[in-house]
Design a protein around this ligand. Sequence first.
Ligand code: SF4
Ligand code: SF4
Length: 222
Amino acid sequence: MIVGDRKPLEEILDYIKDYKKIMLMGCGGCVTVCFSGGSKAAELLASQIKMARKQAGNEIEIIECTPTRQCEYEFLEEFAEQVKSVEAVLSIACGVGVQAMAVQFPEKHTVPGLNTKFMGYPVEHAVWEEKCAGCGDCVLEWTGGLCPISRCAKKLLNGPCGGSVDKVCEVNKDVECVWHTIYDRLKVLGKLENLTKVRKAKDWRTSTNAGQRRITFEEAML
Ligand code: SF4
Ligand code: SF4
């Protein structure tokens, strides 16, 4: 899922400082699951904003709503009238949701309330770890299902840098060296020969390096 973190309240207050009436829009998708952008998060943020603005002697009206998914126009249309009635929208969806609002309601200023971080997997309750960076040319087949793009600080494709100690990455002492884990996994799978092939430098044009990417499913168009 897409994982995001709420921006600091001070930053959000600055984005909306010129407005007296806003819509605070959550999203019922990924950000609800990771607690940062669902209806409960919207309710909490709305009360924090109102309290801060009241204390500053500059009260604000907030309409709260949480579409099923903010990243799809089908779920946004029903809020058109409400969007018209406010000066700006504060979105606590991921960056896709914010941009969906900007496309759907171009005359309205939509500002982000989250910092969208990564595609992650829950490793325990309320803890997610990055697992995929959407590089566009997946290598998991020969790495034993472990991603060296999102999980190795140097994004190495031909084995470890040599700096790890006791399975811990030399760049960040809080994370495992994924290349150590790839070795262990391939050993279990009986596929250590995967590590003897020299991999060519990755073509990063399949990632974000060549600008915006687009996917078309021809079958769905029939
Ligand atoms: S290799 Fe690329 S597509 Fe595959 S998991 Fe890693 S970042 Fe994602
Ligand atoms: S120690 Fe391991 S995970 Fe960290 S940068 Fe080196 S190879 Fe990558």
